[in-house]
Each structure stands twice: as C-alpha cells, then as structure tokens.
Design a protein around this ligand. Structure first.
Ligand code: SF4
Ligand code: SF4
Length: 522
C-alpha cells in the first residue's frame, strides 16, 4: 500500500511540475489581423503606428511579449498626457487579450490533451495517495506526527507551498497575462460548458479553486469518516455540502446562466463578502439588462444578507454559512485542513482579530454607502472625496485582492487555514455579531470529563482556546466560531457538543472550579 501511495504522489507531483512548466513553453507573435480583432476600433488609429513595429515579431516568453504590449500602449498614453489630451488616454487593458490571441505552440495545439494529463492525471495521483490510508490506518482521526512534518508545521515544504500560493495570487490578480498559458489550458472545459465563451483568468481561478475543493474534499471525507456524532457524521455531511456548493452553485451555475444569456451570478455569495454587489455596473447589469431574472438575483442578494443571515444564524449559528456554504470556508475546510493547527491561540491574536475584522466591516459599510450614494445621485464623490479613488479602489486592492486572496490563501501553510475568515472577512464579522448576541447555537462542555489534553484548542482553526472553556464547563458562544465541529470530533472524552437549544442558558451558567460549581456574577 505504501508503494501505491508513493506512485500516486509521484504522478501528482509530475502533473504539478507539468502544470508549472507550461508557463514557459509558448511563443508569441502579434499579427495585424489579431490587432484589428482585439483592439477597439476607436483606439486602432492611435495605437497602430506604435504596434506596427512589433507586428510579426516573435517572442519566446510571455513576460517579454506582455511587457512589450504594455510598454507600447504606455508610450502612446505618455504622448497624450504630455500634450494634455486626457480624452486620448487609453485605459483599456489589451495586454491579456492580445497575449492570449498571439500565443503559439503546444499549449494551443494540444490544450485538451494537456488538460487531461494534468488534471485527470493529477486527480488519479492524488487519489492513489489518499485512498490507501483507509487500510493502512486504524479507525480514528489521525494527526500523528503532525508537528514534526515539514508541510504541517511551517517547515520547508510549508514555506515552499506558501510561496507558490502567494506568487500564484500575485500573478492572477495583477499580472494575468503571465498566466495566459494556464488560461488557454482550461479553454476546452470552458467551451464544453459554454461554447461561445472564452476562458479568462477568473474562469481559471474558479476551476482551480473547485478542483482543490473537490480533490481535497475527498481527502477530508476519508480522514473524518469515523467521526460519528449522534449517529450522523457531521464532518462528512458538511464536507459534502461545501463540495456541492462550490461545484454546483459557485462554479457551474453562473457559467450555465451566461450560456442561457442571463447575468453571471453566484447565488450563495452575498454582501459584504461580495463587495461589488452594489457597484453601479453590477446593479445596472442585474436590474437594467438582466430582465426579470436579473431583478430576482438583485432581490435575492439583498434578502440573503438582510433576512437570511439573522434567521439562519439564529437557528443554526454562523456555521450554516462559514462551514456549510461559503467558498472561502469550503477551501479552508478541505485544502486547508492540514494547516488548522497553525492558528494562533494567544490572547494577543484574539485582540488583533477583533480590531481587524471589525475595522474591515466598517470599511466595507462606509465604502458601500458611498458607492450607493453615488449611484443614486449620479455623482462621483461624497463630501468632496472621490469615491472610486479613495474608497472603492483601495478596498478592492487591499481587502479584495491582498487580504482575501494573497494573504487569505497564500498564508495557509504559515498562519493556518482561516486567516481571512478570522481576521478579515466582513461577512464573518456580521454573522459573528448575530451568533454572539442572538442565536440558539452554542458549544456545550461537559467539563467534568475534560482531561485537559488540548486537542480541541490545537485543532480549532479559528484560534479559540476551547480547552479553557472546557476546563471550566462553560458554554462556547464566541462570535468567531465557525461551527466546524473539529474540536468536538478530536476530543477523546466527548466533552464538546455543538448544540442548538433555547436561548436561555447560553450565558451566565455556573462554571467549574475544582469540583464545585459557582454562579457567574451578571
Ligand atoms: S470552537 Fe470548535 S467548532 Fe468552533 S471554530 Fe473552533 S474547532 Fe470549529
Ligand atoms: S479535547 Fe476534550 S478532553 Fe481534551 S482538552 Fe479539549 S475538551 Fe478537554
């Protein structure tokens, strides 16, 4: 069985190596035909004299080609700026579209074959590595040697993986032309779902994200298969749930909607996590050009955070979203499961968490309020402040790209799998408010049974010191708890239970001091 695992790992690493090396295999030639097809007619006259110099020239790397395109447009813009012809400045980004259209070589000729080799081969390899564990290990949730492994405890593998993830996000968000070969690689799948559509960096991202959730979700199902709680395997059901929501609702449904000439819409995403929901272009897309379906989407989006959040959190706790539905939570719970023990449990981290996450929520509310004000009044500023330059753009850059993407996922192997959910997600802050003050959810603790082993605190991805509560026999009603239930699953004494009961009794119950209970002063 170990041999099969080694073979599986080798296949997976080969597929990964092939995937990364694809970035360097194409060459690029811009022709006049491509220029005329991809560049807007109103820009062609201004750009043509400069672009003529690079027509039919061959570039051997995407970096050289993309930089040439960027510099060429920049030269034209610099001239316009020097002459103060502001209306002549071109803001359209042609780098990505021209790079994709000018790509030549194996990736264009054999994209389907390479897609199958990498993703089918990678899946087979991963499953060959994961499945034999079933017969190799005794029943139970295994975390053996986790703090001695270079992947799980910030060793060299973890640092390497974190670096690769951070690089991937930087390329994806800010230099998408450099990953053109990967965008072309997923083109066959895009055409299968929507024959008239073209793959983009966001389709690539959505696919890789879903791929990770599904493959690592299978690993999660196997790892927690013995975690029975009241006759139900909570971990398996909720893992199945995040896999379903990511694949069907977040990835496939929006693509199918576009194929049916409807607006692109993720029905499970909501403001303030979906921070461009109230952007003018988005409201217009849904209400003006989206027809009755678009209008329904707009109303659905508002209903979800105005009514859905308070009602569902009241009955089920924040977990209904963070651990069952959300894409960020889905990735954290599947691909990020190996890093949950890296969350910081210190009081200092808790303090930083509260300041940071609530600051992001306030930023999101202020930014959205300003954007909506502009939309309704037809202006661009509020109190003399340019909304896009000083609010919307910084939010998109710092929170939307850097915090949620680069840090939120890239730092999995360094700071744990819920960095974004714990420190940055404004929706988590909102859900947490409701969970803390108006919910039936709590984790009850049978303190007399606790042996203070600390498993629960160790594997709490939100950095909650669960043992501290367990030792005192105190309910856990922390706003940050995402209800993943892993603390309960790994407890060897059955101390912890995720429960929904009457609101009374969540706070102020007697706590344990030694063998005697005392009543908390209200
Ligand atoms: S306290 Fe338990 S259920 Fe809540 S986030 Fe931590 S491990 Fe998950
Ligand atoms: S895992 Fe269970 S026994 Fe161990 S410290 Fe936590 S509550 Fe106590």
């Amino acid at each position: 069985m170990q041999f099969i695992r080694i073979v599986g790992l080798s296949i997976f690493l080969t597929a990964l190596f092939l995937f990364i090396s694809l970035l360097f295999v194409s060459d690029y030639t811009l022709t006049k035909e491509i220029f005329e097809t991809k560049v807007k007619v109103e820009h062609q006259e201004r750009l043509l004299p400069q672009f003529e110099k690079i027509f039919d020239k061959n570039y051997s790397t995407t970096f050289a080609f993309a930089n040439e395109i960027k510099n060429t447009v920049e030269n034209v813009n610099a001239e316009a700026r020097a002459q103060q012809q502001w209306d002549k400045v071109i803001y359209d980004d042609y780098v990505g579209s021209l790079t994709k259209a000018s790509t030549q070589g194996i990736i264009v000729d054999h994209s389907l074959l390479l897609f199958l080799l990498i993703f089918v081969g990678g899946t087979v390899g991963a499953l060959l590595f994961i499945f034999p564990k079933i017969s190799l290990e005794k029943p139970g949730i295994k975390h053996n040697n986790i703090f001695h492994h270079a992947l799980n405890n910030r060793g060299w593998i973890g640092i390497l993986l974190g670096t690769l993830l951070i690089l991937f996000y930087i390329l994806l968000y800010f230099y998408d032309a450099y990953v053109t070969n990967w965008i072309i690689l997923v083109e066959p799948l895009k055409k299968l779902i929507n024959p008239t559509g073209d793959s983009s960096q966001w389709f690539l991202y959505g696919f890789l994200y879903t791929f990770a959730v599904i493959v690592m979700g299978i690993r999660m199902l196997i790892k927690y298969r013995h975690s029975n709680y009241q006759m139900v395997n909570y971990q398996m059901v909720r893992t199945g749930s995040v896999m379903f929501f990511q694949l069907a609702i977040a990835f496939l449904l929006p693509e199918i909607l576009v194929r049916l000439n409807q607006p692109y819409f993720d029905f499970k995403n909501m403001w303030p996590l979906d921070y461009d929901f109230f952007d003018a272009w988005h409201i217009n897309m849904l209400t003006a050009s989206g027809g009755s379906v678009g209008l329904f989407m707009f109303v659905w989006g508002i209903t979800l955070f105005v009514i859905g959040v308070p009602v569902f959190v009241y009955f089920f706790g924040k977990r209904w979203y963070c651990s069952w539905v959300c894409g960020c939570g889905g990735l954290a719970e599947t691909a990020g499961d190996s890093f949950r023990q890296l969350s910081d449990k210190s009081l200092k981290a808790w303090k930083i968490e509260r300041w940071l996450i609530h600051a992001v929520l306030i930023f999101a509310v202020v930014m959205t309020g300003a954007v909506l004000y502009n939309f309704m009044t037809g202006t661009n500023s509020i109190f003399g402040i340019d909304t896009y330059t000083y609010l919307r753009k910084p939010y998109g850059f710092f929170v939307g790209a850097i915090f949620s993407g680069v840090v939120g996922t890239g730092f999995y192997p360094l700071m744990g799998n819920r960095v974004w959910c714990r420190f940055g997600c404004p929706l988590a802050a909102y859900l947490g408010f409701v969970q803390r003050f108006k919910s039936r959810f709590r984790i009850t603790t049978n303190g007399g049974q606790c042996i203070s082993c600390g498993n629960c605190s160790t594997y709490c991805e939100m950095g909650i010191d669960v043992r501290w509560y367990a030792q005192r026999g105190q309910n856990i009603v922390r706003s940050s708890c995402v209800g993943c239930g892993v603390c309960s699953s790994v407890c060897p004494r059955g101390v912890l239970n995720l429960e929904v009961k009457e609101e009374d009794g969540r706070f102020g119950n007697p706590i344990l001091i030694g063998n005697n209970g005392i009543t908390l002063q209200q």
